[in-house]
Design a protein around this ligand. Structure first.
Ligand code: HEC
Ligand code: HEC
Ligand code: HEC
Ligand code: HEC
Ligand code: HEC
Length: 701
């Protein structure tokens, strides 16, 4: 007969992560201390086990109890007791667990037969104040597994997947730093900086906190929001207004949470961005608060003194499960981890106008705020928000290659306290998105159909773009994202000249723009081979079904801010003399002329090209600055001019006309996703990802 052993798990064992080449490490074996099941237990079955749970010494009702590794749960009664149907036939340690929202998970080892008396489990409330003295723990650098200090030591698959995601690079992303400080860090010497029109000056180096020379070029959060600095006197070290960037991009800066400068992110906070120890110290979501760390994300870093070998403070880790007993975790269950609202912590942002002296048009924006990131609201008010797939389902898809959250499949150990339990469903941590070309998400989303016919000597094509992503709008997230639809018609190999229909808006990219008052033969800096595209601005306005007030009837067509531009044609530059250019053919008449480049599609492998004014269309949330400039970064926005992004199941049909000189011209429509506005990316020297979403061809008859 076996002896019953009951132990409070916390502090009972120092759980190390089992090592691949050392089966025995921390794996409980068949000794008195843990009484793990062995072959004799195969005949054992389910038996009732009563537990008695106390919280801070008092019996406590409504605590969830059950068997570790099994999903069935019971609630304690007023006397703190509940009876669990415990399966002694499992090939795992026999542990009853208790989970209360205010305490680290508790549990007790059982042996067989179970005792007649209730098995005590003592829970202790955790200190729910945040501790600024706590130092965030490192995820680790895969493939190195490091010591148990690193999450990667045990959570190998998750750390590897997360390490490749934009969450990891959120605080070190050069584009974020450039917009923050008003720099082009891709330019690394004074001469090149001057050539680009920038100012080479000493500021602070991203990630180091130390003085560094940088190329100050273009707008930035710090120079725009702080007075008395900028230009040759960079704001980096003297700014007091930080624009909130670090709250979402660098939430793991030790010390005071929230309200920090992105340039304070050094070490882990810089290298690892939105990392494990940040997300898993989120104790609650305050939907009313500002997004980010210490706002919408209520973060609790542990305060209780740790025990030897367990770190300075007693670990605490919030997560979706209620039966993780590893003392190195100090796990507490929070079910919001499985809910989209968790992601709203950083993927939902309405922002006041940040520029000093500028104000918002409250007739358009009564709340006084502009929508910047609305992914969560797009989801919650969309078809899946009422109970369909969550953000996690699509961006943290279930990983069939792991058997539990800590890679149990890699270790030859008995499931239980140290290694965790086998699980049917483990959410991967890839946070896949459009920037991961291999994941192919972009190709899944949009449908493009062409309905083309030849009428007299014109080919007329109706091109419908449909968002098949029921999760949210496309594009979503960062407002710099946009979709471009490029439409071409050919007779044999010859490109047909556009005669009407719709044109790609300005955000398709232009090297220069002139209105009808300009001299369209003068284009400073133009090169042979570039094209000038002319559009006619009609009196019409696109009355599209866009996001929020752009789609719910609040704004009329004028308020939706999208004039109907028709492509009038284009000419290619064949010679340049000073600022004056010669074309291969006379330019057509029109209202706007864009200097651009021959169309390049991502499947050519060619870099993104300036294609404003070409036949096609575009989808974007267009933020405008105080001087009317369009597609500005959100810190500089005073209004949203238009937002014709496509909602879930949303569809938009554009029309395209070309002069046809053959019987059966072929029409091709290509839809691409662009990461940044082309001009901004070129100004700052950013690598711009352009993703192919769909290309479709149809022969007109
Ligand atoms: C509410 C949280 C939040 C705040 C505050 C925030 N961002 Fe972001 N930012 C995001 C998210 C989320 C994304 C990614 C969305 C996506 O992929 O579409 C992002 C993306 C970006 C990108 C594009 C990154 C790339 O390489 O594609 C840049 C640049 C950027 N942010 C700059 C800033 C700057 C500068 C600030 C401060 C003015 C700022 N952000 C404030 C959440 C935030
Ligand atoms: C039904 C699956 C699905 C759901 C649910 C879903 N997404 Fe997405 N999401 C996608 C796909 C597919 C893409 C890539 C194509 C696109 O941009 O639509 C994407 C793109 C994104 C992007 C990058 C956008 C860009 O252009 O940079 C972000 C950020 C994002 N999702 C966040 C979220 C958040 C936050 C939620 C929950 C509020 C969510 N998603 C819900 C499927 C989903
Ligand atoms: C010594 C091994 C080890 C290390 C190191 C480790 N964990 Fe864990 N962790 C585990 C085990 C085992 C589980 C349970 C896995 C299971 O049952 O699926 C777990 C579970 C979790 C959970 C789920 C908790 C719940 O209740 O849902 C989270 C979150 C987590 N770990 C985060 C982290 C983070 C963040 C780090 C690094 C700061 C880390 N872990 C380091 C072993 C470890
Ligand atoms: C952006 C926030 C975020 C980051 C960063 C993050 N996690 Fe998670 N983690 C989650 C969410 C959300 C879940 C719950 C997913 C679900 O169950 O729907 C989760 C679940 C888990 C679980 C339980 C497994 C499961 O499938 O539920 C473990 C273990 C875990 N995370 C460990 C880690 C580790 C280790 C890292 C760093 C490599 C990490 N997390 C980084 C948000 C995050
Ligand atoms: C602490 C803030 C924070 C939280 C919480 C957070 N994110 Fe993010 N997320 C970001 C930032 C910042 C970026 C953009 C980083 C960059 O590009 O520099 C981002 C980017 C993304 C992307 C873009 C990937 C791509 O390829 O473009 C996806 C998808 C995403 N997050 C999904 C999620 C999901 C799902 C959740 C909830 C489980 C979540 N995020 C929670 C801050 C956060």
């Amino acid at each position: 007969m076996r002896r019953l052993l009951v132990g409070l798990l916390l502090g009972l064992a120092l759980a190390g992560c089992p090592d691949d080449d050392d089966d025995a490490t921390d794996a409980p074996d068949d000794d008195d201390a843990t009484d793990a099941p062995d072959d004799d237990d195969a005949t054992l079955g389910v038996e009732p086990v009563t537990v008695a749970v106390t919280l801070d010494g008092e019996p406590v009702a409504d605590v969830t109890v059950g068997q570790g590794g099994d999903s069935e749960r019971w609630l304690t009664d007023a006397s703190g007791q509940a009876t669990v149907n415990f399966d002694f036939g499992v090939d795992a340690e026999w542990i009853v667990i208790a989970s209360a929202p205010d305490a680290r998970l508790g549990g007790a080892f059982l042996s067989h037969p179970p005792p007649a008396d209730p098995v005590p489990i003592e829970l202790t409330s955790f200190d729910d104040s945040d501790n600024p003295e706590y130092v965030f723990r490192p995820p680790g650098n895969p493939p190195e597994i490091g010591s148990t200090e690193f999450c990667n030591h045990c959570h190998r698959t998750m750390t590897e997947d997360w390490d490749a995601s934009p969450h990891r690079s959120a605080a070190s992303n050069p584009a974020v730093h450039d917009l923050y400080a008003g720099t082009a860090d891709a330019i690394t010497d004074a001469g090149a900086c001057a050539d680009a029109g920038g100012i080479w000056a000493e500021g602070l180096g991203p990630g180091t906190g130390a003085a560094a020379e940088r190329c100050y070029l273009g707008s930035g959060v710090l120079p725009a929001l702080n007075e008395g600095c900028g230009g040759a006197d960079p704001c980096d070290a003297v700014a007091t207004e930080f624009g909130g960037c670090a709250d979402c991009h660098a939430p793991g800066i030790d010390g005071q949470l929230g309200g920090r400068s992105l340039l304070e992110a050094t070490g882990l906070a810089y290298d690892k961005g939105v990392h494990c120890d940040v997300c898993h110290h989120v104790e609650g979501i305050d939907e009313e608060a500002e997004p980010g760390a210490a706002g919408r994300l209520r973060i609790v870093r542990p305060s209780e003194a740790g025990s030897p070998g367990m770190g300075e403070f007693q670990p605490i880790m919030f997560g979706p499960w209620d039966d993780v007993l590893s003392p190195i975790m100090g796990a507490v269950q929070r079910t919001f981890f499985e809910e989209a609202v968790f992601c709203s912590g950083c993927h939902q942002q309405e922002q006041a106008v940040l520029l000093p002296g500028e104000s918002i048009d409250t007739t358009r924006w009564p709340s006084g705020r502009l929508p910047v990131h609305t992914t969560y609201e797009e989801w919650s008010t969309g078809p899946l928000g009422a109970g369909g797939s969550t953000c996690q389902d699509c961006h943290m898809p279930l990983d069939p290659d792991v058997t539990n959250g800590a890679d149990l499949q890699k270790f030859d150990v008995t499931p239980g306290l140290a290694a965790g339990w086998p699980r049917d469903e483990v959410h991967g941590h890839s946070f896949v998105g459009p920037r991961d070309a291999d994941a192919g998400l972009l190709g899944l989303v949009a449908l493009v159909t062409i309905d083309a016919a030849v009428e007299d000597d014109e080919v007329v094509a109706q091109v419908a773009v449909r968002n098949g992503n029921r999760g949210h709008f496309v594009p979503t997230g960062e407002p710099m994202r946009h979709l471009l639809l490029q439409v071409e018609a050919r007779c044999d190999d010859a490109l047909l000249a556009p005669t009407g229909g719709h044109a790609i808006p300005d955000f398709g990219g232009a090297l220069a723009t002139q209105d009808s008052g300009g001299d369209w033969t003068v284009w400073p800096g133009a090169e042979v081979g570039q094209v000038v595209r002319v559009v006619r601005r009609t009196a019409g306005l696109h009355d599209y079904p866009g996001w929020g007030p752009f789609g719910d009837g609040t704004f009329d067509a004028a308020g939706k801010g999208m004039p109907v531009d028709e492509p009038a044609g284009f000419s290619t530059i064949t010679a340049v003399d000073g600022d004056t250019v010669t074309f291969d053919a006379a330019l057509p008449a029109g209202d706007l002329a864009y200097l651009g480049e021959a169309a390049a599609l991502p499947d050519d492998g060619a870099p993104a090209a300036a294609v404003a004014g070409a036949p096609g269309f575009g989808f974007a949330r267009v933020l405008v600055g105080s001087d009317g400039s369009r597609m500005v970064p959100h810190f500089a926005a005073v209004d949203v001019a238009s937002d014709n992004r496509l909602g879930p199941d949303g569809e938009w049909t554009s029309e395209h006309r070309f002069a046809a000189d053959c019987a059966a011209p072929e029409v091709t429509a290509t839809l691409t996703w662009r990461q940044y506005p082309l001009g901004l990316a070129r100004e700052r020297g950013w690598e711009l990802t352009e993703g192919l979403m769909r290309t479709t061809s149809s022969t007109a008859e």
